[in-house]
Design a binder for this molecule. Structure first.
Ligand code: NAD
Length: 290
């Protein structure tokens, strides 16, 4: 078992750090929030007074922060100058591809091994240790990071070079955002055409319209497995986080000249949803606006 620094103990990082501690790692945890630190302590981590203190002597340094600017600041102010030479740097935050690549290059220039390893799965999966990690970095860096990620998830996939994990994450979530809206539209139209929604689910979930949004995360209450729709769209994957990922996808698309009209429409619809009642709802609640 290893000494692991964990920085960013919020909704996701709190559960992830707890799972590393449960697996027997010596987890030195840091967050700007005293409440988050206290929770981590109760979950078996050792709270540190600063990121630098958490990093000292760590074999692996995991970050789970809100956005690219937080990751770059923590890496620049604390990680790069204080990481052990052989430590593996693992950023699990969802951030823009450009920042992820910049961080990877800066780490390589200092002789440090780094991966971007964003996750699929929400707070429930973070707590249960069933996240999917998509990892960008060299094969050697992936092999160093893999056992730590496996202790927090059910699948760890090497996506390619530095930044490839973030690229995979935003492409996946752009697909999910557009697919969820299309699934909602289909249910709304089915209802207006007089179809029983359970019957439509029974048919579409074994037909060519089947998707994860339909069979695993159905946006209609009382239809399909239990989802946030059954709890008035509370819990699950917050609409503002879907909007964040769609904006990252649109930025990335613009940076490489990719044409993503469905992604752009999904981003506009989620923007409007989040400016209204969607701010506090699961992303499948967008059905209320259709
Ligand atoms: P969060 O806001 O709950 O947690 C972020 C934590 O980082 C906070 O506790 C904050 O205090 C801490 N923090 C910020 N700056 C810091 C610094 N300089 N030093 C130390 N701590 C600092 O966010 P979250 O929901 O846990 O999400 C984290 C990341 O995971 C985001 O990039 C998000 O997009 C991604 N993500 C979230 C979900 C989800 O369902 N919540 C799902 C997949 C991916």
């Amino acid at each position: 078992m290893a000494r692991v620094a964990f920085i960013g103990l919020g909704n996701m990082g709190g559960g992830m750090a707890a799972n590393l501690a449960k697996k027997g790692h010596d987890v030195r945890a840091f967050d700007l929030s005293a409440e988050a630190l206290d929770k981590a302590k109760k979950a078996g981590c050792l709270p540190a007074a600063s990121a630098v203190e958490a990093i000292a002597g760590a074999e692996a340094i995991v970050t789970m922060l809100p956005a690219g600017r937080h990751v770059e600041a923590v890496y620049t102010d604390s990680v790069f100058d204080h990481a052990e030479p052989g430590a593996i740097l693992i950023d699990c935050s969802t951030i823009d591809v450009d920042t992820a690549r910049r961080v990877a290059e800066a780490a390589a220039a200092r002789g440090l091994m780094a991966v971007d390893a964003p996750v699929s799965g929400g707070i429930g999966a973070a707590n249960a240790g069933t996240l999917t990690f998509m990892v960008g970095g060299s094969v050697a860096a992936f092999e160093r990071a893999e056992p730590f990620l496996a202790d927090m998830g059910k699948a760890v996939i090497h996506a390619g070079a530095g930044g490839a994990g973030q690229a995979a994450k935003i492409c996946n979530n752009m697909l999910l955002g557009a697919e969820m809206i299309a699934t909602c539209e289909a249910f709304v139209l089915a209802g207006k055409l007089g179809l029983d929604l359970q019957k439509f689910y029974d048919i579409a979930s074994v037909s060519s319209g089947q998707s994860w949004s339909m069979t695993s995360y159905c946006p209609v209450p009382g239809v399909g497995p239990e989802t946030p729709a059954d709890h008035d769209y509370q819990g699950g994957f917050a609409a503002p986080l879907m909007l964040k990922d769609l904006k990252l996808a649109m930025e990335a698309a613009a940076s490489v000249g990719a044409n993503t009209p469905m992604g752009a429409r999904a981003a506009a619809l989620y923007q409007a949803f989040v400016e209204g009642e969607g701010a506090g709802l699961d992303f499948s609640g967008i059905i209320k606006t259709l």
